[in-house]
Design a protein around this ligand. Structure first.
Ligand code: ADP
Ligand code: MG
Length: 149
């Protein structure tokens, strides 16, 4: 695990802007995990990211489906939220593993609550960790995760 950058945001719009800017730097075949407590801003980060790819699609937590797909023009975004995952079998049934084969991945993957699928994300990926500093301040730390969680 190697830290790439750390940035402090003062409101949700700033967090979205970080996501928006990051989206401009990546293409298909990239996997991100989003780590942080409930209400840290993971979903807002994804909202900004999708906006950065030029999409107006509504981004919400994929609470009941575990996966939302945003078309985003040429590069689909696969947005997982594993918070309500009961067990690893459920993830397997969803075909979760297929999204982590970088050679065949046709889009960009973002996973909230990767702790719930520990061991399933074996490919190199970037971890986005969002820490609550106070009610409206967040510290966002991007780290290169190599091939492990
Ligand atoms: P998560 O997906 O991590 O559970 P959400 O993105 O759904 O979190 O919600 C984050 C909440 O925190 C929102 O209500 C948002 O308005 C609030 N918030 C306050 N300050 C920030 C900030 N700096 N960045 C992101 N969200 C913030
Ligand atoms: Mg969320």
């Amino acid at each position: 695990m190697e830290e790439i950058l750390s940035i402090v945001t003062k409101n949700e719009n700033e967090t979205m802007l970080v996501g928006e800017k990051l989206a401009l730097t990546v293409g298909k075949g990239v996997v991100f995990t989003l780590v942080g407590d409930l209400g840290a801003g993971k979903t807002h980060f994804v909202k900004g990211f999708v906006k950065g790819l030029g999409s107006n699609e509504l981004v919400t937590s994929p609470t009941f489906t575990l996966l939302n797909v945003y078309e985003c023009g040429k590069v689909p975004v696969y947005h997982f939220d594993m918070y309500r995952l009961e067990n690893l079998e459920e993830a397997q049934e969803l075909g979760f593993n297929e999204y982590f084969d970088l050679k065949s991945l046709d889009g960009i993957v973002l996973v909230e609550w990767p702790e719930k699928v520990k061991g399933l994300i074996k490919c190199p990926h970037i971890q986005i960790k969002i820490e609550n500093i106070d009610a409206s301040t967040r510290k966002i730390v991007l780290s290169n995760m190599g091939g492990e969680e």
